[in-house]
Design a binder for this molecule. Structure first.
Ligand code: DAH
Length: 355
């Protein structure tokens, strides 16, 4: 038997056996590698007698092609098998129920802060922030409320040290001080955020929210304050007309000072904002006291302005028909699911409080 025939028979036989990919590759290199059996036969062609050369070369080519086909088919089979095995193993069961998908909700207080910020930004106010932990000076003294001032007692302050130098801010008014100390006038800012007082019942919580407003410029007067608050209240409650009352009051950091009430009535057990003969207090305001401006080195001969402080939680309760303030802070997901807002509805022109 010729060498070629022997090679053909031996390897055809071998390739019928069950082989893995590396065994096939070994056979491949034994046959077609640099010194492989088939490659060596090709090298022999040159030394073969002219009469037999053509036939030898043709037989050799046929055997080469046959063995190559056998090898290639075998490899394909193994690869198909692997793919099928993988498909079988990694099969996705499309009949399984989908995983439950929980979408978060925006808390009504956050929604209210976003809404307030976007309304004031329309008339040129920018948003400032201050820390919850304040010093006594910014929270009281700089705001014309010295040590022995009776207004201090009304605030039920949470002090953080025995010397009463550090405290949880009792209002957002210290952000006025921080803003005026940091920059030069004019100022036109609002400052929403958390505030704290030791008080708790259906309408008071030890942590609550306020938004401070401050507008200082060359000729800002009480008329501007009224116009600004009138615009804000109408926009916030989304009504064309609203009854608003400025009632004389007292705050150490404003002179004159006023509290603002809005008109309302109860219809079918529900509160209706805007009309009616009942009054509801929603904010405090006034012209910034000269002593405050002196404390932050604003030139009294050139600048003056107004400030206001609004209770955010009460506004949220009124707007969204929530009647127990404590529910805001209970962290009950069922409640949040009911009263919360879709995240995609948040106004885009407000950069948000960092929390
Ligand atoms: N800080 C006051 C409070 O918490 C509210 C307030 C009243 C703020 C008058 C002001 C203001 O800026 O002018 O009761």
């Amino acid at each position: 038997m010729s060498d070629l025939k022997k090679i053909k028979e031996e390897f055809t036989q071998k390739l019928r056996e069950k082989l893995n990919l590396s065994e096939i590759n070994e056979i491949k290199s034994n046959l077609f590698g640099k010194n492989g059996l088939i490659s060596s036969q090709f090298k022999k062609i040159g030394s073969i007698h002219e009469n037999e050369k053509k036939k030898f070369a043709s037989d050799l080519n046929i055997v080469k092609i046959e063995l190559q086909d056998l090898i290639n088919n075998k490899i394909k089979k193994i690869q198909n098998l692997e793919i099928n095995e993988k498909l079988e193993k990694e099969k996705i069961d499309i009949t399984l129920p989908e995983r439950s998908f929980v979408r978060g909700k925006i808390h009504p207080v956050s929604q209210t802060i976003d809404k307030i910020s976007s309304i004031f930004s329309e008339i040129g106010f920018s948003v400032e922030e201050g820390p919850d932990v304040e010093n006594e000076y910014n929270n009281f003294t700089a705001l014309n409320t010295p040590d022995n001032h009776p207004a201090r007692d009304m605030h039920d302050t949470f002090y953080l040290d025995e010397k009463k130098e550090r405290l949880l801010r009792t209002h957002t008014s210290p952000v006025q001080i921080r803003t005026m100390l940091k920059d030069k006038p004019p100022f036109k800012i609002i400052a929403p955020g958390r505030t704290y007082r030791s008080d708790s019942d259906q309408t008071h919580s030890p942590m609550f929210h306020q938004v401070e407003g401050l507008h200082i410029d060359k000729d800002v007067n009480m008329g501007h304050l009224k116009g600004c608050l009138n615009y804000f209240i109408k926009e916030f409650f989304e009504v064309k007309k609203i009854k608003i009352r400025f009632r004389p009051s007292h705050f150490p950091f404003t002179e004159p000072s006023a509290e603002v009430d809005i008109g309302y009535e109860i219809k079918d057990g529900k509160i209706v904002i805007g009309e009616g003969d009942k009054w509801l207090e929603i904010l405090g305001c006034g012209m910034v006291h000269p002593n405050v401006l002196k404390n932050v080195k604003v030139d009294l001969a050139k600048f003056q302005g107004y400030a206001f402080g609004i209770g955010i939680d009460r506004l949220a309760m009124l707007k969204y028909g929530i009647n127990d303030l404590r529910a805001f802070f209970d962290c009950d997901y069922r409640w949040l699911n009911h009263f919360g807002f879709d995240p995609l509805d948040v106004p885009t022109n407000y950069r948000g409080l960092s929390r």
